[in-house]
Design a protein around this ligand. Structure first.
Ligand SMILES: [Zn+2]
Length: 402
């Protein structure tokens, strides 16, 4: 019976013997309490090293009372479970030292079993709050944080890890206590594997960080959004790298510039008392960003801002034309925006050209940022950058514990 219970509880320590199982109410919760003894045979004294029996056949190590410890186990059938271990104490007659038997269920001087620790570590990989983990494992938040902090040592050392040939870089909003609210993230552009996360994205910090890595010469492509600082980074740190600007960001940047200009122009029109034009542009701005190849040229119909009896029936193209006629400047910009899409982005010209040639994009890192956002939201933010970094590494399966 003893062995069956042990098997069910996944206790492998042979020196543990279960003597009693009962229910108790602990902290207002019904709890399974398992009582067990732990008294392994001691071959020698850990202090002086003498054997259990001396040369005259007399015992050198004698049993000397028991010590009761409570260890938290993983819940069993949704009931919190603890194990009371009566640990044998020993005394060495030769050197009069005392010690207590240790079970393999739990770390020395710790009351949380390994099972629970591994459960906490497993849950830390998920996007959930520390409070939830603490609740699920029936431990305190402090315990969860302690385990999380203990995992920091498992983070691969950035200075020895080699950089990939395609390096994606991006930034994400970290947390409020940092002066520079954006943090830096980089990943392998081909596999999507996370490389590292840094609290700051300032150029000098990044330069310093990457300069220490001997494999920086490996980097052939630096995939980035339109942050000019990374352009500098390539020149200084990655002499062999070409900058590739993410296509999505090119379009995004372009759209944003156009929208900014449209808003500016609309405000100007509003001030010059042409309120009607202002509202028409405001209501129909989407048509201005519409892909030109998709605009209808044949179907005549009535439009919300150009109702039929007052205005003639118009095609979509004609309607857009009317909108643009309110502002010659906007019309000109519209032409630029759609025809010479990349004008005004000459600063990034090289990177943009590369974006058309090489198949790398920032998509994978954007996905990572979304995950980080979710993690931050479910955790109600992070106080410590290091804890967040550890969890992001955990989430990306980059911390392997035993
Ligand atoms: Zn001894």
């Amino acid at each position: 019976m003893n062995n069956h219970i042990k098997k069910m509880l996944r206790i492998t320590d042979p020196s543990l013997k279960i003597i009693h199982v009962s229910y108790e109410t602990i902290k207002n919760r019904q709890t399974i309490v398992i009582e067990a003894t732990c008294s392994p045979y001691q071959k020698s004294c850990p202090n002086c090293g003498c054997t259990a029996q001396n040369q005259f056949g007399k015992l050198s190590i004698v049993k000397n009372g028991k010590k009761c410890v409570r260890v938290r186990l993983d819940q069993y059938n949704h009931l919190p479970t603890i194990i009371k271990i009566f640990k044998q104490r020993y005394k060495c007659k030769e050197c009069s030292s005392n010690w207590t038997a240790q079970s393999s269920l739990v770390e020395k001087r710790c009351s949380i079993g390994y099972h629970v620790k591994f459960k906490v570590i497993d849950l830390l990989k998920e996007k959930c709050s520390l409070t939830l983990i603490a609740k699920l494992c029936h431990v305190s938040i402090t315990t969860v944080i302690r385990i999380l902090k203990g995992l920091r040592t498992y983070i691969p050392n950035p200075n020895t890890s080699s950089l990939p040939s395609v390096l994606m870089v991006d930034e994400f909003r970290s947390h409020a206590s940092l002066e520079d609210k954006m943090s830096f993230i980089c990943a392998d552009g081909e596999t999507g594997k996370l490389v590292d996360i840094l609290p700051k994205r300032k150029l000098n910090k990044l330069t310093h960080y990457f300069m220490e890595n001997p494999s920086r010469m490996n980097v052939r492509y630096l995939v980035t959004d339109m942050n000019a600082a990374y352009d500098q980074l390539t020149k200084r740190v990655f002499p062999n790298a070409k900058v590739v600007i993410d296509r999505f960001h090119i379009i995004k940047h372009l759209n944003k510039s156009f929208q900014d200009f449209r808003v500016k122009e609309m405000k100007r029109i509003a001030v010059t008392k042409n309120k009607e034009a202002y509202f028409k542009l405001k209501a129909n701005w989407r048509y201005l960003t519409k892909n030109r190849s998709l605009i209808q040229h044949t179907e005549y119909k009535t439009w919300r801002s150009f109702r039929a009896p007052k205005y003639p029936y118009l095609t979509e193209a004609m309607m857009i034309d009317r909108l643009l006629n309110y502002s010659p400047a906007l019309k000109e910009t519209y032409e630029c925006f759609h025809n010479i899409k990349l004008q005004g982005l000459t600063k990034y010209e090289e990177g943009i050209r590369n974006a058309m040639v090489y198949p790398y994009s920032n998509g994978k890192i954007e996905a990572k940022n979304t995950h980080i956002k979710t993690l931050k939201r479910v955790s109600y933010g992070f106080k410590s950058f290091d804890n967040m970094r550890t969890r992001i590494f955990m989430m990306n399966q980059l911390i392997i514990v035993k």
